[in-house]
Write a protein of this length. Structure first.
Length: 167
């Protein structure tokens, strides 16, 4: 990389957010949609390098556009779709609306935490913990520990937490 470009990029690190936004406008010809200082730094540095070293070739741009056209960006149907489906009266709609990470209704999830055994029963709508119904496992994990947790992680429904058990 050209030493002058490297020095200019390094000088960006000292700029405040307002100055980065101004520099972004100068380089891109539009206002920045972001107010994240790190993001702006990276975008500006990329633009400076592209100007110095050369941008993508036309062939590379066309190939990227072709690939983008063929990609189905949505991996899951949006929630309103499942709600509409469940309201249509189909029998399998409840299964489709249910998070696939959840075990079957009636399963008891167990987790040992600081010497206490936390037991939760999976209900059709929510979860039962200490004779109270909760809408989410995260709410139960918070109630039991006083700390915010991802409920699926806390109860071992993700591979990251092998310590939890199911009955």
């Amino acid at each position: 990389m050209d030493p002058a470009i490297r020095q200019e990029i390094e000088s960006l690190r000292k700029l405040k957010l307002k100055e980065l936004k101004l520099r972004f406008r100068e380089l891109f010809g539009e206002e920045s949609p972001s107010s994240n200082q790190q993001h702006l730094f990276r975008r500006i540095a990329w633009r400076l390098q592209a100007r110095s070293e050369g941008d993508l070739s036309e062939r590379a741009r066309q190939r990227a556009e072709q690939l983008a056209e063929d990609v189905d960006l949505r991996l899951r149907a949006p929630r309103p779709f499942w709600r509409q489906l469940s309201n249509s009266g189909r029998g399998d709609s409840e299964i489709a609306n249910r998070d696939p990470r959840l075990p079957t209704v009636g399963t008891v999830l167990q987790r040992s935490y600081q010497g206490r055994q936390i037991m939760v029963t999976v209900l059709e709508q929510g979860f039962l913990y200490n004779d109270q119904t909760y809408a989410s496992l995260s709410a139960i994990a918070y109630r039991a520990t006083g700390t915010r947790w991802n409920g699926f992680l806390f109860f071992g429904l993700m591979k990251s937490n092998p310590g939890a058990q199911h009955e």
